[in-house]
Design a protein around this ligand. Structure first.
Ligand SMILES: [Zn+2]
Length: 370
């Protein structure tokens, strides 16, 4: 009831001023980037009226899947306790989204406790506005990662005339920034903060190429090369641009993990040791799963932790249900152990009583009951 009254006060007040306003538009809060809020005014006022009890410390605004011209380019976040007096807590101008379905994360400049927040946003030309999602957080979502050392990106489309290359650019307007963003996100999943001894990826050469396959990483940290197939892009884009984005980000999480992860010691190499291979590919898919870029309904009982890729990756990601830092801790065992093994890693993370067989069995029981 309280919320409703506040909304009515807010609406009435703004209507008196001859301005238009929307309250809690579901397209912006439904955790679905394919539903889009459309505003038509010079200045769109969007009220988030959910009775906040702690100050908003950071927020994310997501571009939609529509053309970049519809993206917000300037906005102000304001707070209020009575729906009448609004105080600016954050202000941004000249903002550019580097891809479709992309967040811009803002750390609030002037945080204060308010019951209600309002976003005032407009496009560069003060025309139709489209936004995918808005997330207001009472945490600073950039905390610990302000000084991340971004890699240098050398992007090149080697097959610019292919349909795949063209649709890639419909999705991604600024490939360098798109890749850099995911580099930090991968590091956030593998490490605790930017002060950790992060495997130093300095230069990433990223190429779109007209050849079969999906994507692959070559070279060795600090200089790596990632290829992404324009044929695979075309296939993924058939369903929707969102589906292509989901796939492109997912593949990028996997390949970038190969740049940022440490390699197991004392057991040979990727080409001649299956445990080494399963560890490397398992962690890469665990990071992708943790980032949210797998359809988790494809998880099925069966297989073995030595199967690599998503069979191993889903298992490692599932360990976060026992310990939220399980992926970071599991990855850290790769650095710590002189002779790496799955069983040794599980014991290091969960204690000497734990074993890979026991943990896998428990995971299988979870899968059967899901
Ligand atoms: Zn891989």
């Amino acid at each position: 009831m309280k919320k409703l009254i506040l909304s009515i006060i807010t609406l009435t007040f703004l209507a008196c001023q001859g301005q238009s306003v929307v309250v809690n538009p579901h397209e912006l809060t439904d955790n679905d980037l394919t539903t889009t809020y459309t505003g038509t005014k010079d200045l769109n006022q969007i009220v988030f009226d959910t009775d906040f009890s702690a100050p908003v410390l950071s927020y994310k605004i997501y571009s939609s899947g529509e053309l970049p011209a519809y993206d917000p380019s300037q906005w102000t976040l304001k707070g209020s306790n009575d729906g009448k007096e609004w105080v600016t807590v954050d202000e941004r101008s000249n903002q550019t989204f580097f891809s479709r379905f992309q967040e811009i994360l803002c750390v609030v400049q002037n945080p204060q406790t308010f019951k209600t927040y309002k976003l005032e946003a407009s496009t560069l030309s003060k025309d139709t506005l489209k936004i995918g999602e808005v997330v207001l957080s009472d945490k600073n979502l950039l905390a610990g990662w302000e000084d991340f050392n971004y890699p240098n990106i050398q992007f090149e489309s080697l097959s610019p005339d292919t349909e795949g290359s063209k649709v890639y650019h419909e999705l991604v307007q600024n490939p360098d920034e798109y890749i850099k963003f995911h580099a930090r996100k991968v590091a956030e999943i593998l490490y605790y903060t930017d002060k950790d001894s992060i495997n130093d990826v300095r230069n990433i050469k990223y190429t779109l190429e007209d050849k079969p396959g999906v994507s692959a990483k070559g070279g060795n940290t600090p200089n790596i090369h990632i290829f992404y197939s324009t044929q695979h892009i075309e296939k993924s884009a058939k369903e929707s641009l969102f589906k292509l984005d989901f796939e492109t980000r997912g593949v990028l999480y996997h390949e970038l993990t190969h740049g940022y992860q440490y390699e197991p010691k004392g057991i040979g190499n990727y080409g001649n040791n299956k445990t080494f291979w399963a560890c490397i590919e398992g962690i890469a898919d665990a990071v992708r799963a943790e980032a949210g870029y797998f359809d988790m309904s494809t998880r099925k009982p069966g297989g073995n932790w030595m199967d690599g890729y998503r069979t191993t990756g889903f298992f490692i990601q599932w360990l976060t249900t026992k310990d939220p830092d399980a992926i970071r801790k599991f990855h850290a065992t790769v650095e710590k152990m002189d002779v790496w093994s799955f069983d040794g890693a599980i014991k290091l993370v969960f204690g000497p009583e734990a074993s890979i067989e026991g943990m896998w069995e428990e995971y299988q029981t979870f899968l059967k009951n899901q």
